[in-house]
Write a protein of this length. Structure first.
Ligand code: SAM
Length: 284
């Protein structure tokens, strides 16, 4: 077995709390150094807190958020005075970029199932930007926490037809299929009739299924009805959805696919020509 796969299996065998602790300890020396030289942007958490990815430094975290903002401008025409919802707002990567873009007529709502991330965002970002708000929702996700509430029954805490734009980066790659279906219906409810939604996914079709099932480094060996999982131990670890199933799920929630832009996750060599790692799905 490849080393990267062995490491991933080891990682999945830890509890969510153990994963947080290992990350914190691993990055502690470089976090202390960054604190000592005082180089970190005031909204960027220490690397050991960034449970949502591994940017090489504070500057890269900011750049990743700015890249996400560019995608939102290109793909769903996000405007400075839009009302926006960030599903799975994490530890503020996209929100930080949006503080430089949304004006006082626009507003931002984010929610997430990891309390530490939400606390950080409210303490740092909301403090300076009263039109930004982050909510902690204690829903279960076996990659991130040991909460008890079911995401498949969660009603988004916003009124109907409330948002111009709704987005989620790398969230529907870490949820269960029934949860994603339910979130589609909630998106339909809280999105304005002329609004647009943007989400990233791992999408495959009949031509690429074999490749992603057996890929050396990043594979989805466990087949279910129209989707594949990376791990049966941590079911929300990574999910890839067949294109037809995704379309069917959108239709079930009265949503319409606007565009699907392939990312380079299936084929890293092509990365220079592609704009994003995961596949981008725009719907309304
Ligand atoms: C890979 S991270 C991406 C975070 C953020 N969107 C970003 O781009 O930095 C996935 C996020 O989804 C959140 N998440 C997982 N299940 C969720 C759920 N049911 N509802 C909302 N957020 C969820 C996780 O806590 C985590 O913050």
């Amino acid at each position: 077995m490849k080393k990267s796969k062995r490491l991933r299996n080891l990682w999945y065998n830890l509890s969510p709390q153990q994963r947080f602790t290992v990350r914190r300890l691993y990055y502690l020396p470089s976090d202390l150094y960054e604190q000592f030289i005082n180089k970190r942007h005031r909204y960027v958490p220490p690397k050991g807190y960034i449970y949502t990815g591994s940017p090489s430094n504070s500057k890269e975290y900011i750049l990743q958020g700015l890249h996400q903002l560019e995608l939102l401008k290109e793909d769903i025409d996000i405007k400075p005075d839009d009302s926006v919802l960030d599903i799975g707002s994490g530890i503020g990567r996209t929100a930080i970029a949006l503080t430089t873009y949304l004006n006082e007529k626009g507003f931002y709502e984010g929610f997430d199932v990891v309390e530490k991330g939400v606390q950080w965002c409210n303490k740092k970002i909301k403090k300076d930007h009263s039109n930004f708000n982050f909510k902690y929702i204690p829903l279960f996700n076996d990659l991130y926490n040991e909460n008890e509430l079911e995401a498949s029954e969660f009603k988004f805490p916003y009124p109907d037809n409330h948002f111009d734009k709704i987005f989620s980066f790398s969230v529907f790659t870490h949820m269960k299929i029934d949860e994603i279906q339910h979130y589609f219906s909630e998106i339909k409810r809280v999105l304005k009739p002329d609004g647009k939604a943007f989400s990233t996914f791992f999408v495959y079709d009949d031509n690429t299924e074999k490749q992603i099932a057996n890929n050396e480094k990043f594979s989805f060996p466990y087949l279910y009805d129209g989707y594949r999982l990376m791990s049966n131990v941590v079911q929300s670890g990574n999910i890839a959805i067949h294109k037809e199933k995704l379309n069917e799920m959108l239709q079930n929630s009265n949503l319409e696919l606007v565009s699907l832009t392939e990312g380079f996750w299936k084929n890293k060599e092509n990365s220079l020509n592609e704009k994003e790692y995961q596949d981008i799905v725009v719907f309304k």
